[in-house]
Design a protein around this ligand. Sequence first.
Ligand SMILES: *Cc1c(COP(=O)(O)O)cnc(C)c1O
Length: 369
Amino acid sequence: MDDKSLHPESLMMSYGYSPSLSEGSIKCPIFQTSTFVFKNAMEGKNFFEIAYGIREQEKDEELGLIYSRLNNPNLEILENRLCLWDGAEEGAVFESGMSAITTTMLEVMSPGDLLLFSHPVYGGTDHFIHNYLKKLNIESVGFMANESKEDIIAKIEKTGRADKLTMIHIETPANPTNALIDIEMCAEIKAHFSTEEKPVILSVDNTYMGPLWQHPLKHGADLVLYSATKYIGGHSDVVAGACLGSKELMQRIKGLRTFLGGMTGPWTAWLLMRSVETLKVRMDQQAKNAVKVAEFLNEHPKVEKVYYLGNTAKFGTDADKEIIKRQFSSYGAMIAFDVKGGEKEAFQFLDSLRLIKLAVSLGGTESLA
Ligand SMILES: *Cc1c(COP(=O)(O)O)cnc(C)c1O
């Protein structure tokens, strides 16, 4: 069923898969194979020429299956399905969210380039920016949620390397503060520093809201990144990642993925195909439950402050309310809050939880603190 006019959640069971190619199997089998047999030597030659960009693909020529580091049916069907919610042309899945983020950054930037990023970003991303990228002589400039476009532009110009700005990477809402960044403002900053020879690439880590509740590509982002370990996987049993965007950019990123080797294996891709079938019902319910939890915390005498988008929508600044209205179709299912007192009181709360487990990660079927 390849009719894109249907809702993505209706297509998650069938899109891009033909039972007739797999003995009528209703579910896509796991293609647990490292390599694929060519019909003849010429076919092998043709596939490699296309895969490595040695020549242009002819009009009705398709890239065939070669080797599971380059392509595999489970990977490709999953990638095609993930593109539906975000309206992306092409996608790539990775063995972790970090692999998606680092492969993307390494493909987009070169030594000597400048990166602009929103602060706070996910700890692993932060570490990569401040340690590994620095080693490659890629400098970075961070900005906070409340900084204006003019301030950020001035900050970049002050580095004396504005002409080297190649990438803007943001996370909104931020993990764990739910701080909000305006994607369209970042697209304007991108336009300000882009030139014909060197377009600036805007990427959004959409793990906190996606792929259902925020669609960054529709607000001017070039790439959307996911830790598929979270909502997409949703059962706390796989680590995986994804990057989605235009065909042109994704060809580059998939090219580097082939050589860094961070693609998901067929089994992980198959598990994620199972997961996306229930993604909408899971996320809808998680958001509904979050409303109840936030209401409880809002009224609780031992809670100092609750950071939840439903609260920001009511009591936040006009700018934040505007971002919520424009960017999000839900208040999400993530809540942070300050317990009155200090570490002792906070730990007492955490150690008293019975149903909710203490663990990192999010978006799974169980609640975590
Ligand atoms: C978890 C997470 C990541 C990293 O993903 P992994 O799958 O753990 O590698 C990146 N960004 C955000 C916002 C995350 O929550």
